[in-house]
Design a protein around this ligand. Structure first.
Ligand SMILES: [Zn+2]
Length: 308
């Protein structure tokens, strides 16, 4: 068993208003996709403030904590809500991502998947948005760079929405390559190819609506994979959103379940070539529940197969 699954049971305490796509039922759908896989299980710990403070200023962390409601909902932006259990859920998602980095970098496991909500890739330095409160994958990346002192890491974001938060948090990080594929035009509106980061270390690959399997794979093969290979990362982190799936109600990229298996295999190939297979994958979006179950099964099934 060399693939670690970090579950955050606190995910079930992060409630959103009725009809909200980032719903609590997503967690059960993800768990259904993990059923039957041979994984080492662990629960997500609470994040250390020091890890969060690498990405967000203390005043933002204090603001989020202060906004936590006693009952009902508090709203951080037009579509980002806090229920009484949300801050703890977000803090466990971050703690889980950091624990996944620690386990992979210690050599205890070769790869890891974090099953936690809320997602994180839209959260900017001082702005919660797009269902996201803290920049979970960026915080994990900064822990790998600054606590574990890796030379270079790569973050790959295949969620259908641009990871504007990850881009914001890693914009000035010369040792962090950020590659994102996403539908454009679509929320949040950022992610054009001209956005390249302060050190030219950001690669945005916008895809038009109905870019199906073939052109998607071509874009990865011609743009994203060569860039990761040239970067020679010591660790690959994945923002694993499954809302590019054809069945997803929020977007229209028309990817198939098998595309997630293919993409995961190819990212594991790169990890095998450059960093002893080290991959940490964190759940982001995915709003059609059956497609989420199937896509998580495909993605984590490959991680398990490729774990050494
Ligand atoms: Zn998304």
């Amino acid at each position: 068993m060399t693939t670690l699954l970090i579950n955050s049971p606190q995910s079930e305490n992060h409630l959103t208003p009725p009809g909200h796509p980032e719903q609590v039922a997503r967690y059960a759908a993800v768990q259904a996709g993990l059923k039957g896989l041979d994984l080492l299980h662990r629960d997500a710990p609470l994040a250390e403030d020091a890890d969060i403070l690498r990405a967000h200023p203390a005043r933002y962390l204090a603001k989020v904590r202060a906004a936590s409601p006693v009952a009902g909902w508090a709203q951080l932006d037009g579509d980002t809500y806090l229920s009484p259990g949300s801050v703890a859920a977000a803090l466990h998602a971050v703690g889980g991502a950091c624990a996944a980095v620690d386990a992979v970098l210690s050599g205890e496991v070769s790869n890891a998947f974090l099953a936690a909500r809320p997602p994180g890739h839209h959260a900017e330095s001082e702005t919660a948005m797009g269902f996201c409160i803290f920049g979970t994958v960026s915080i994990a990346a900064l822990r790998a760079l600054n606590h574990h002192t890796l030379s270079r890491i790569a973050v790959v974001d295949f969620d259908v929405h641009h990871g504007n938060g990850t881009q914001d948090l890693l914009w000035n990080q010369p040792r962090a390559l950020f590659c994102s594929s996403h539908q454009m035009p679509l929320y949040p509106g950022t992610g054009s190819a001209s956005e390249i980061g302060a050190h030219g270390q950001i690669l945005n690959v916008p895809l038009s609506e109905h870019t199906g399997s073939g052109p998607m794979r071509e874009a990865y093969e011609s743009l994203i994979f060569p860039r990761i290979a040239a970067w020679k990362p010591d660790l690959i982190l994945i923002s694993a959103g499954f809302d590019a799936h054809q069945a997803d109600p929020l977007a229209g990229l028309d990817w198939q379940t098998e595309d997630y298996a293919w993409l995961t295999h190819r990212l594991c190939d790169l990890a095998d070539s450059h960093c002893a297979g080290r991959v940490v994958s964190c759940l982001e979006g995915g709003y059609d529940l059956p497609a989420l179950t199937a896509s998580v099964n495909a993605h984590v099934g490959v991680l398990q197969e490729r774990g050494r």
